[in-house]
Design a protein around this ligand. Structure first.
Ligand code: HEC
Ligand code: HEC
Length: 388
């Protein structure tokens, strides 16, 4: 028995990059400001799987599928042998490990593709935006989360398998995946390190990261509405969903005291109630004459949250009980949940003052799109402006 190279560098690079990407994707999955990173990791993992499939055909002996093409039956038998404590040692992948590999490769594709449809549906970003409604986007998201959870379970199973195997055969399998070597007899097929291929993988990964982040962080805001000063080159991925309606009269009348809150932020029944109660509008008497009231109400009800055109519209609407017609966006459960981590001090700072001052933190408040990436807390906004 002698130390022999079993795992070539591309296979090891693939393994650890996939593992780290998966962990990082979990960590960023609930953090809106990290969405661009999360999506990048998804693309990276899909790219890695593409590479692995290719490498499974043309790679070095132990990377090839033909060296670990075991059926479920072989895996089952292998599990029984493990339980009996007499599983045979495999220099390459064993039948149980192979099962985990195939399941992880397939699930990565499922997670990646459903993630793509989630972004297209819920955020209206990317090539498939506009193909799916918000509700279909939500189904895609549920599948995405289900597949990712399954993947996590298999990862745990895989790690448990590595620990058990390492113990049974008194060798450190995790370390072999780092060094690439294992003790093997002289008849073992030779593996070449293939550093060149790994180098190409790295360069492609870095180029893709450079391209993705220059796109995600610098794509100019696509101004759909509003005459407010242009915020080109803000850190935002352009919203490519359905065009949101605009109306000059509404912008004039409802935008004179505060931001003209886009009608898509409340259901039609709220707007009807707000206009009916316009004499006591948060301490102000709006005093619109009948034709103006009718025109404003018509625009607002025709473009309300009920149309579910944007993610906030869909989620604000879904967070309300059927009969509920709140007058404040800032009192809807979805809004409250999304802003629950903002501290009292942050609300009180001079640049914010009121919860209703959406534009203090949302660069696209005027347009009504409320993209994740267009959210900037005032402090960082001030810091960004101070930079030359
Ligand atoms: C005369 C000034 C004035 C005009 C005109 C006005 N509002 Fe308001 N509006 C207010 C004030 C004051 C508040 C309370 C703001 C706060 O809490 O910081 C408010 C709050 C609101 C809120 C609640 C914001 C939240 O907390 O979610 C909505 C929605 C709203 N207005 C809609 C409208 C609409 C629609 C129009 C046009 C039909 C309109 N407003 C016109 C003064 C006005
Ligand atoms: C003090 C800053 C601040 C103000 C003011 C503010 N927001 Fe936000 N908003 C945030 C932060 C921070 C988040 C991100 C929360 C997270 O990461 O989940 C957020 C998230 C959101 C989201 C979710 C975006 C998404 O796609 O997940 C919506 C919608 C939203 N805000 C709407 C509004 C509206 C409408 C107003 C005004 C009535 C408003 N916000 C006022 C800071 C603010």
């Amino acid at each position: 028995m002698q130390r022999t190279l079993i795992w070539d560098i591309p296979t090891r690079l693939f393994h650890w990059t996939l593992a780290l990407s998966f962990a990082a994707a979990w960590l960023t999955s609930e953090l809106d400001p990290w969405l661009a990173v999360h999506v990048f990791l998804g693309y990276l993992m899909l790219g890695l799987v593409g590479f692995r499939v290719l490498w499974g055909v043309v790679g070095s002996p132990y990377a090839r599928f033909s060296s670990f093409w075991y059926g479920p039956k072989a895996a089952y038998n292998y599990f029984r042998e493990i339980l009996a404590g007499k599983a045979a040692r495999h220099v390459g992948h064993n039948p149980a490990g192979s099962l985990a590999i195939y399941l992880l490769l397939i699930l990565t594709v499922v997670v990646g593709v459903t993630g793509y449809f989630t972004i297209g549906g819920e955020e209206q970003h990317g090539v498939v935006s506009g193909l799916l409604s918000m509700a279909q986007g939500r189904v895609a998201k549920q599948l995405h989360e289900l597949a990712a959870t399954l993947m996590l379970l298999i990862v745990f199973g895989h790690i448990a398998g590595v620990v058990i195997e390492s113990y049974l055969h008194k060798e450190n399998l995790a370390r072999s995946m780092v060094t690439g070597t294992k003790l093997a007899d002289a008849a073992t097929p030779t593996t070449k390190p293939r550093a060149g291929v790994a180098g190409v993988m790295l360069v492609l990964g870095v180029l893709f990261a450079g391209w993705w982040f220059s796109y995600a962080l610098q794509a100019p805001v696509e101004k759909k509405m509003g005459q407010a000063e242009s915020v080109a080159r803000t850190p935002e991925v352009a919203f490519v969903g359905p065009k949101l309606a605009d109306n000059a009269q509404w912008r004039d009348e409802c935008g004179s005291c505060h931001l003209a809150f886009h009608p898509s932020l409340l259901p039609a029944r709220s707007w009807t109630r707000l206009m009916n109660e316009q004499a006591q509008h948060f301490g102000a008497d709006l005093g619109f004459d009948a034709p103006t009231s009718a025109a404003l109400l018509a625009f607002m009800t025709a473009n309300s949250a009920d149309l579910k055109l944007t993610e906030p519209a869909f989620k604000i609407g879904a967070s309300l009980k059927p009969g509920e017609s709140p007058l404040r966006i800032t009192e809807t459960p979805y809004w409250v949940r999304k802003h629950s981590e903002i501290t009292a001090a942050e609300w009180k700072q001079p640049l914010v003052k009121s919860k209703a001052n959406c534009a203090a933190c949302h660069l696209d408040a005027d347009a009504g799109t409320f993209e994740d990436a267009a959210m900037q807390m005032p402090k960082s906004q001030a810091a960004a402006k101070a930079k030359p």
